[in-house]
Design a binder for this molecule. Structure first.
Ligand SMILES: CC/C=C\C/C=C\C/C=C\CC/C=C/CC(=O)SCCNC(=O)CCNC(=O)[C@H](O)C(C)(C)COP(=O)(O)OP(=O)(O)OC[C@H]1O[C@@H](n2cnc3c(N)ncnc32)[C@H](O)[C@@H]1OP(=O)(O)O
Length: 284
């Protein structure tokens, strides 16, 4: 009797989360001891702009989660309005050459780590996700998003050619025609439009609900052999991964040539200024 009561208490005990990372990092990892699922949170204030350090921490966290044999990975943000603002434009404007090189290499590494991740991956998009933010969301296998946000690759609107990994992500999620049009037009979708075209799988009203949906998605694999699931995923992605490896060095050089172009620098300066001006206007 005592034993069964003890067991039932254990069964009903609330799930416990373990933190795996130190507080000095720009990412945190919480592993739910009950589900075995790791939540990886972007935590660079104010808008999770992807600089060298955040990308480095993301890479390390993904590896940590894989090494610790978690059952799945959920990517989210600590900011309640922005999932990620994409690449930190300050790393590209009047750049330090070595840092700019490192920035792109680390972005490639993050994409590669998530695209080839052995675990099921899901994104709880709890805010705006432009450009690099959209890259992080669409590299995952499942997405839920909060209302009244926007997501998309706005690169061509900024005069930037979207790198091939943006194309791979979109082709996995959208019909080819929609993927091509939205990438070449630099379209940003509202949450509702994103749901309509299939860019996100569901819309939820809170971050908690987003995390629950992501957990449920990862649970759909509970009865599937992990090795078979992982190899099936790799099989679908192998050709993209091979093309990426072939073009990776060229992609890096194109990025560096592009951001070092005087016209690009001028455009970036104007764009950064317009973002700051927006804040000044809001304050008036
Ligand atoms: C075959 C091809 C081969 C190779 C390819 C070759 C070349 C490719 C070349 C280049 C590719 C480069 C790829 C780039 C991808 C990117 O990710 S670029 C980044 C794009 N991001 C954006 O455009 C987002 C812009 N920001 C916003 O829309 C809003 O800020 C956002 C909705 C995210 C948040 O809004 P809100 O909460 O209202 O905040 P604020 O707008 O007030 O912003 C707060 C402060 O943050 C500054 N800021 C905003 N975004 C960025 C950013 N991305 N980087 C740096 N800083 C940013 C903003 O100015 C405010 O600063 P302040 O506080 O005023 O100083």
């Amino acid at each position: 009797m005592m034993r069964s009561k003890f067991l039932s208490l254990l069964i009903r005990a609330p799930s416990v989360c373990r933190s795996m990372s130190t507080a000095t990092k720009l990412t945190t990892i919480d592993v739910n001891d009950k589900t075995g699922i790791a939540t990886l949170t972007l935590n660079r204030s104010p808008i999770n702009a992807l600089n060298v350090e955040l990308l480095q921490d993301l890479n390390e966290s993904i590896k940590e989660i894989e090494d610790n044999k978690s059952r799945g990975l959920i990517l989210t943000s600590s900011n309640d309005k922005v999932f990620s603002a994409g690449l930190d434009l300050n790393e590209m404007y009047r750049p330090d050459k070595d840092r700019a090189r490192l920035l792109w290499i680390k972005l490639q590494d993050v994409w590669l780590a998530l695209y080839s991740c052995d675990l099921p991956t899901a994104a709880a998009i709890n805010g705006y996700a432009p450009a690099g933010g959209c890259l992080l969301a669409t590299v995952c296998e499942y997405r839920v998003m909060l209302p009244k946000c926007r997501i998309g690759f706005n690169e061509t609107q900024l005069g930037i050619v979207p790198p091939i990994f943006c194309m791979f992500n979109f082709l996995n999620v959208l019909p080819r025609r929609v993927a091509e049009r939205s990438l070449s037009q630099g379209q940003m979708f509202t949450t509702e439009q994103a749901l309509q075209i299939g860019l996100v799988d569901d819309v939820v009203s809170s971050k908690g609900e987003a995390l629950d949906k992501c957990t449920k998605f990862i649970d759909t694999f509970a009865k599937v052999n992990p090795l078979a699931r992982s190899l099936a995923k790799q099989q679908f992605r192998a050709a993209d991964l091979q093309r990426f490896q072939t073009e990776r060095a060229k992609d890096l050089e194109s990025f560096l040539a592009f951001i070092n172009h005087p016209q690009m620098q001028e455009g970036l300066g104007i764009y950064l200024n317009s973002l700051k001006k927006k804040q000044q206007l809001n304050a008036v």
